[in-house]
Design a binder for this molecule. Structure first.
Ligand code: GDP
Ligand code: MG
Length: 162
């Protein structure tokens, strides 16, 4: 069984961008439109000799009704299926109430997870991550999924812990 990594977070934080980078496909729809990915999407990633499964999800916005509710359910199912969750937040937009809701859920589930601050290109990563310590999920890691910075180190760390 390959290890399963789920990408979770509110819409527009860069989950599909990271998924595409990890799977080297353009399969997940990346767009400026929040919440475009409405179902779980599975891909295969490889780091060195290590293969893994990665799941892209729609976002949890904290305001779940209609299609947003379905997307949130998909995210919860992905969390269940995963060996480890990468919880993405937006280092440019800053801390958001929906981030706190997702963090609460992950802490309750006692799921193995990493807090990942994305979009840290062109800004100070240490400043960007500082406000996310309050989520209580440990040291935030910083990446720029669109450019690839920090991504291999993140996956290396994630697979090492499994
Ligand atoms: P999702 O809704 O979480 O799947 O987010 P997407 O992957 O669709 O990305 C949402 C927007 O953020 C898109 O416009 C991406 O190009 C942009 N984005 C994603 N990663 C980065 C990044 O590392 N840096 C910057 N500056 N923008 C990013
Ligand atoms: Mg997406």
């Amino acid at each position: 069984m390959l290890p399963v990594i789920a990408l979770v977070g509110r819409p527009n934080v860069g989950k599909s961008t990271l998924f595409n980078r990890l799977t080297r496909t353009r399969d997940a729809l990346v767009a400026d439109l929040p919440g475009l990915t409405r179902d779980r999407k599975y891909g295969e990633g490889k780091l060195g000799e290590r293969d893994y499964i990665v799941i892209d999800t729609g976002g949890i916005s904290g305001d779940e009704e209609g299609i947003d509710k379905v997307m949130a359910e998909q995210s919860l199912l992905a969390i269940d299926e995963a060996d480890v969750v990468l919880f993405l937040v937006d280092g440019r937009a800053g801390l958001n109430p929906a981030d706190e809701m997702i963090a609460d859920h992950l802490r309750r589930e006692q799921k193995s997870c990493y807090l990942v601050v994305n979009k840290t290109d062109g800004i100070d990563p240490d400043v960007a991550r500082s406000e996310f310590f309050s989520l209580g999920l440990g040291d935030p890691l910083t990446i720029a999924a669109a450019h690839g910075r920090g991504v291999s180190a993140l996956i290396d760390l994630t697979l090492d812990e499994l």
